[in-house]
Design a protein around this ligand. Structure first.
Ligand SMILES: Cc1cc2nc3c(=O)[nH]c(=O)nc-3n(C[C@H](O)[C@H](O)[C@H](O)COP(=O)(O)O)c2cc1C
Ligand code: SF4
Length: 422
């Protein structure tokens, strides 16, 4: 195990049965809930704020501030919702968290509900995650049976219950507004914001919506205290991060690391490098909506401060390694086809822009594109990032933009290529 690996959220993986609440309790499970129920809700939120925990779903919003907003919001009832949609290719950390240690997530949600004053919770799970859904359903039943869910939890007078809901295969359901719409039985589409879910979320009521990994951190913060949690990490990146490592690496898989690890250490020390000793051509961070960076940036630590200097972030923690055999345009085509397929079609820049971008990429592939068309592509990408209604359309151009920034010659070199062949 590398010095920069730290097992906090993954400590029980393989050591307990995910079907046994007894295993969870024997290894310290639900002790944090008991502790939290003896604290004032504001004190719980203060610990989460002190921990510096930031959302692990990609955007990195401070979790304590989100909880405080829900607590202060006036609407009733209030909800906690777990975003377990994990529809972005290259991400699989949440699946492991749910399949290997479901009570850790459930305990994090119950503590959050007590802190923000919610009385109902929903876990919205990607529909393809059939095993995770089964395991969570069973774990919720067991938690109810043990008195951790339901009426008058552990005799404290606190009522809270939760259920699992399954998605139906749409990537945009991971976007929080689309997810809440889907939970309400409406088409999964985003809306103009503000208001944000903290004041008008599920059924128009205050809602704390967080990623699986974010909720899974809460029991540990209550257990060790916010300051102790914040101590392993920097000012901007505290705690551990789960990394979904995939692509051309010898040991793809899930790794839990501290934020002082570099991308190169993740790929070479944890992942065992590229098969056959081939060279790394590029690495994509976060999944299709993330930037594609050159090997020269791999010595960056995943710490937010360090990455922000390059306008990067580790986001959800997907690291996709691409070796020197890959064709850059082929990769871009696949990424943009994914977004084109997943666009909900509600707003023009995303719906129409993605089709136009694909057409221009197609021309580049065939060597029929002109300089003017490459400029048109750049403009289109800017319009999409700035004018799309939700994060899907806003982030879809990121991969091409980063290729233009770091590997521009590969695209400019394809201009007029067909003419040269003739
Ligand atoms: C298209 C799209 C897909 C998303 N998919 C997910 C997802 O699968 N899981 C997730 O936690 N957040 C996803 N997000 C981010 C959520 O909108 C939201 O920021 C997140 O659930 C907040 O939780 P956090 O603060 O714990 O990160 C997605 C955003 C967009 C725009
Ligand atoms: S950006 Fe795309 S996915 Fe988001 S609302 Fe607009 S069309 Fe739908």
């Amino acid at each position: 195990m590398s010095k920069k690996e730290k097992k906090l959220l993954t400590a029980r993986f393989g050591n307990i049965s995910p079907d046994s609440i007894d295993d969870y309790i024997k290894t310290g499970g639900y002790a944090s809930l008991k502790k939290a129920l003896g604290m004032a809700p504001d004190a719980i939120i203060a610990e989460v704020k002190a921990s510096g925990l930031r959302g692990r779903g990609g955007a990195g919003f401070p979790t304590g501030i989100k909880m405080e907003s829900v607590r202060r919001a006036t609407g009733s009832p209030k909800y906690v919702v777990c975003n377990a949609d994990e529809g972005e290719p290259g991400n699989f950390k949440d699946r492991y968290l749910m399949e290997k240690d479901p009570h850790q997530l459930i305990e994090g949600m119950i503590i959050s509900a007590f802190a923000v004053g919610a009385d109902y919770g929903a876990i919205f799970v990607r529909g393809e995650y059939i095993k995770a859904i089964k395991i969570l359903d069973n774990a919720i039943k067991q938690a109810r049976g043990a008195g951790f869910l339901g009426k008058n939890i552990l005799g404290t007078g606190f009522d809270f219950d939760m259920d699992v809901y399954s998605g139906a295969g749409s990537y945009v359901c991971g976007e929080e507004f689309a997810l809440l719409a889907a939970l309400e039985g409406k088409p999964a589409r985003s809306i103009f914001k503000p208001p944000y879910p903290t004041t008008e979320g599920l059924n128009g009521k205050p809602t704390q919506i967080n990623n699986v990994e974010t909720f899974a951190n809460i029991p540990h913060i209550i257990d060790m205290g916010g300051a102790a949690y914040a101590a392993f990490g920097s000012e901007t990146s505290t705690g551990t991060k789960l990394i979904s490592l995939s692509g051309n690496v010898n040991r793809p898989g899930l790794y839990e690391v501290t934020y002082d690890i570099t991308l190169r250490e993740i790929i070479e020390e944890l992942g065992g490098g590229v098969p056959g000793g081939r060279a790394i051509k590029m690495v994509q961070l976060g999944g299709p909506s993330g930037p594609i960076i050159p090997p020269s940036l791999l010595d960056l630590k995943i710490d937010a401060n360090e990455m922000r200097a390059y306008n990067l972030s580790i986001a959800s923690g997907a690291v996709i390694v691409i070796d020197d055999r890959a064709d850059t345009l082929d990769i871009l085509m696949r990424i943009m086809e994914f977004f084109h397929h997943e666009s909900c079609g509600k707003c023009t820049p995303c719906r129409e822009g993605l089709g136009q971008v694909l057409g221009l990429l197609d021309k580049l592939v065939d060597g029929r594109a002109t300089d003017a068309e490459l400029e048109l592509l750049r403009n289109l990408l800017d319009v999409m990032s700035q004018a799309s209604l939700c994060g899907l359309g806003q982030a879809a151009p990121t991969a091409i933009k980063s290729i233009l920034q770091y590997f521009g010659d590969e695209l400019y070199g394809r201009i007029g290529a067909a003419k040269e062949v003739k």
